[in-house]
Design a protein around this ligand. Structure first.
Ligand SMILES: O=c1ccn([C@@H]2O[C@H](COP(=O)(O)OP(=O)(O)O[C@H]3OC[C@@H](O)[C@H](O)[C@H]3O)[C@@H](O)[C@H]2O)c(=O)[nH]1
Length: 396
């Protein structure tokens, strides 16, 4: 009993671990003098002063001259590109470029060309457009997944500091700071777009959504390359831009026809709903250099068969008609800017009507749609269409 009491008293005498004891306050003189003594020891202060002097000297002799660098991604940024001013910087933060110091011309004033992205730019039509934009002095970023596009189509621009090539599928989002977006990415030959129909419509819908989202985000102007196939099997000839078409929604070509129609819808909805500046070009049958020999379209098929001295295969009854144009006409002829009263936003049709194939033997019969596309002989220049100022909006 006694021992128990003794032990308890012992516990009571122990200091309480949780109790708060303020630290003894140091005299103020030691708080000030300790760091000073530290600095003065071993000539540390001298070293600091010499460091400041060297830094001042370096910044005076070599003023800041590197251009703005994109804070978002590594895509397409070149430190040597002084003409590059991101769209959002030019539009929303003008004071940044105007306020650049160091004896150089402010970045915004040195800018020469546009910074543009061309999706599908390694393809047949896209690569010709890229040539045109490069010649104009633009900085061009080509985005292509090389499903039908080929590096050889743009290889002659490799090494040009104004050119960049990115392997990317537009069904995945991409972030680029650009002023203009030319959206061409999609297989265009019936053989190719029917190869994987789900992928084709996904490219048209999701891919176009992604690029429109980009346009909205960076404030870029957007051009959609649509197709004469939005008229389906037209009941009106030639097709005027206000004609809404006659399209089969469940046919084998629907992935492309309806895909492009949806892409047009999305483009207009982004324009009306998000104020994105848009252009839509409905391109008719185009042929020319860089078209693949196995492209599957009628011109390449006929040329390949003629070279091999084989009979030309004409599908169906051979009475179908198309409007054809040489690819350079799409990129070099003076612009026809559409947007007639009641028409969509700068919609244009390109092509010239030709006679049906009435003198070639046909060796193959198959059920086909549509029977004819006829443009009203309007020729457009894609890049000129993109740069038109007028836009008339359909009231329909
Ligand atoms: O070997 C062939 C190939 C095609 N044809 C016929 O020639 C016509 C043209 O066919 P193509 O395959 O060249 O192209 P389509 O006109 O059907 O589609 C094209 O139209 C507009 C563009 O946007 C697209 O690039 C493409 O889909 C069709 O009636 C087709 O049946 C042949 O008679 N023989």
């Amino acid at each position: 009993m006694a021992s128990e009491l003794i032990n308890r008293r012992h516990e009571a005498d122990q200091p309480d671990a949780d109790a708060y004891y303020p630290r003894p306050i140091k005299p103020w003189s030691s708080t000030v003098t300790r760091p000073m003594r530290y600095m003065l020891r071993e000539q540390r202060l001298l070293f600091v002063l010499v460091g400041i002097a060297i830094a001042t000297l370096v910044f005076t002799i070599f003023p800041r001259s590197t251009p703005y660098s994109d804070p978002f991604s590594g895509y397409g940024i070149r430190p040597d590109d002084e003409s590059y001013v991101p769209a959002f910087q030019a539009q929303r933060r003008p004071s940044l470029s105007m306020g650049a110091t160091g004896g150089k011309i402010p970045l915004g004033l040195k800018r020469k060309g546009m910074r543009v992205v061309v999706t599908g730019g390694a393809g047949f039509v896209g690569s010709h457009l890229v040539d045109r934009l490069m010649a104009r002095g633009d900085t061009v970023i080509v985005v292509d997944n090389f499903f039908t596009g080929r590096k050889e189509n743009v290889m002659h621009h490799f090494g040009n500091p104004n050119f960049e090539l990115i392997r990317h599928d537009v069904v995945e989002p991409i972030l680029l700071e650009v002023d203009q977006i030319y959206h061409l990415a999609c297989p265009a030959s019936p053989v190719h777009y029917k190869f994987n129909p789900v992928k084709t419509i996904k490219t048209n819908v999701v891919g176009t959504l992604n690029m429109l989202g980009l346009a909205k985000r960076v404030g870029a102007r957007f051009l959609l390359t649509s197709t004469s196939e939005v008229y389906g099997d037209p009941l009106q000839h030639p097709q005027v831009e206000t004609y809404w078409g006659n399209v089969n929604p469940i046919g084998v070509r629907s992935c492309y026809d309806e895909g492009k129609r949806t892409a047009e819808t999305l483009t207009m909805d982004y324009h009306r709903g998000a104020n994105v500046e848009v252009r839509i070009a409905r391109i008719f049958n185009t042929y020319g250099p860089r078209m693949c020999i196995d492209d599957g379209r009628v011109v390449s098929n006929f040329v390949a068969q003629a070279l091999r001295k084989e009979p030309l295969t004409v599908y169906g009854d051979g009475k179908q008609t198309r409007s054809f144009q040489f690819v350079s006409d799409l990129d070099t002829i003076d612009p026809y800017t559409a947007a007639e009263d009641g028409g969509g936003p700068s919609r244009s049709e390109a092509g010239v009507a030709i006679e049906p194939y009435d003198r070639v033997p046909f060796s193959q019969t198959q059920s086909l749609e549509p029977q004819s596309f006829e443009a009203s002989s309007k020729l457009i220049e894609l890049h000129a269409l993109m740069n038109t100022k007028d836009m008339k909006i359909s009231k329909g």
